[in-house]
Design a protein around this ligand. Structure first.
Ligand SMILES: *Cc1c(COP(=O)(O)O)cnc(C)c1O
Length: 465
């Protein structure tokens, strides 16, 4: 352990300060009642300024971020976020606004964004209130319900969700008071239309889909699905959290979707993770615009700073370069998939969109006395080589799922380096799986109990010595 890996409380020295203030010439406030006065000093670390600076810088380096390395986390779009967007969001004319103030510039941003997003998605109008993707899903489903209720059609209580869906989809439907009905996928990863047909009765409010789906595969029969759902009186909800592969190429509105959300904090470049802030604007087709009236799911216009970053991002790229986002994200994913499929199991062959899923190693090195290397082992070993792990064990369709999304912002050299390391790990697994079971060997911590950490977090310093 390096000296400065010590916690700041352990560096504390009584009486040491990182500041120097003029002597206080005023008497202690006589108004403060005695029982409110602190009897002893707060237990804060007493350290010098260099100690504080080193403490925070060292802490920041114990974690892995997209600004420190490649982060191919499938279904999350951890791409590089241009720093100029941060400057736009920090402009005092915007970030010091009060929501009740007259603000023509902010209104113009919202109007422009409405037009940009409508052009990108084929929807007619957006609301910017939702503060995350899942919040957008809930809002969209509320719109779906109010559409049916508004027509006096009260029996539509079911939402169809494919078995490959992102976990938030069924969760949002349940929160909205709707019943979730699962439709299964075919061997080729697409929705089974024959399994869908019998589900489409007068109790169906609609279907929630993402296209490309969570396996990174385009639902080629989307036009047929849209027709069938509409004929049954249902609506189509599009989970547009990851629009990277489609931007400038295909529009959900043209595929037949009626309602959708976007994750501005994924596709449109706001650094995210750890719970926010996010922005999940919801767009609706023309025939549903009335359902946006009176909708109130958050204060004012949601997370305006995230909207501003997306605005700066769209203006920086322009129409022709937004299309390149789609093309490069798809190219990068296919390049990695094709370069690794002789050592990692590819359950579904063919062209993917912005992400794809392996099902573990082809040769996991299993022997009589040593168990084989798992997807978790591969993910942990990647950290030793300076790469963040892909999404693992999701989607649930495959037992050893390893879901890779390189995004459009990585250079060919970075992709080559990642491929080389993934191949090296595959060779290590075949030769000595025990090496992988013990990984990571170079990280600050190795294999924490993630469930316990999430359920019982220790959020403040505890003196364990
Ligand atoms: C990330 C994601 C969501 C949820 O978005 P949050 O902002 O985390 O609530 C929903 N669907 C898909 C496909 C996603 O990738």
């Amino acid at each position: 352990m390096k000296y400065y890996d010590k916690l700041i409380f352990e560096l504390s020295k009584e009486g040491r300060k990182g500041y120097s203030l003029p002597v206080n010439k005023f008497p202690a406030s006589p108004e403060l009642p005695l029982q409110l006065q602190r009897a002893s000093a707060l237990p804060l670390p007493e350290v010098s300024e260099p100690d504080v600076v080193r403490h925070y810088n060292n802490l920041s380096q114990m974690n892995f971020g997209v600004d420190t390395g490649f982060y191919p986390l499938g279904s999350c779009t951890m791409k590089y976020n241009p720093k100029i967007n941060e400057e736009a969001a920090a402009l005092p004319g915007f970030n010091a606004l009060h929501p009740l103030q007259e603000a023509p510039a902010a209104e113009k941003v919202l109007e422009d964004m409405n037009q940009f997003l409508a052009a990108i998605t084929g929807m007619h109008k957006f609301t910017f209130m939702p503060c995350a993707g899942a919040h957008g899903e809930l809002t969209g489903l509320m719109i779906m319900r109010s559409y049916h209720m508004g027509r006096g059609d009260f029996g539509r209580t079911k939402v169809i969700v494919p078995d490959s869906a992102h976990g938030t989809n069924p969760a949002s439907a349940a929160v909205c008071g709707l019943e979730v009905v699962q439709v299964k996928s075919l061997e080729n990863g697409r929705i089974d239309i024959e399994a869908l047909k019998p589900l489409l009765d007068s109790s169906v409010a609609g279907i929630m889909m993402t296209n490309p789906n969570t396996l990174g595969l385009f639902e080629t029969e989307i036009k047929t699905i849209a027709r069938l759902v509409h004929e049954a009186g249902g609506l189509l909800y599009y989970d547009g959290a990851n629009m990277n592969p489609l931007m400038g190429v295909v529009r959900p509105g043209d595929m037949g979707f009626d309602i959708m959300h976007l994750n501005l904090h994924k596709t449109f470049s706001t650094p995210h993770g750890g719970g926010g802030p996010g922005s999940g604007p919801v767009g609706v087709a023309k025939h549903l615009v009335g359902c946006l009236d009176g909708l109130k799911v958050s204060g004012f216009h949601g997370n305006f700073g995230v909207i501003l970053r997306a605005y700066a991002y769209i203006l920086t790229l322009g129409r022709e370069n937004l299309r390149k986002v789609g093309e490069y994200s798809v190219l990068s994913a296919n390049f990695i998939k094709e370069s690794l499929k002789d050592v990692y199991k590819l359950p579904i062959e063919g062209v993917c969109k912005h992400e794809f899923v392996f099902d573990g190693l082809i040769d996991d090195g299993a022997r009589e006395d040593v168990p084989g290397a798992t997807t978790l082992d591969v993910a942990k070993r990647l950290l030793d080589y300076g790469f963040h792990a892909p999404t693992i064990y999701f989607p649930l369709l495959f037992h050893q799922a390893l879901m890779i999304e390189p995004t459009e912002t990585e250079s060919k050299e970075t992709l080559d380096a990642f491929i080389a390391v993934m191949r090296k790990i595959a060779a290590e697994a075949a030769a000595d799986p025990a090496l992988l079971h013990a990984a990571p060997h170079n990280a600050v911590i190795s294999r924490p109990d993630e469930t316990a950490a999430a359920r019982n977090p220790i959020l403040k310093y505890q003196d364990t010595l």
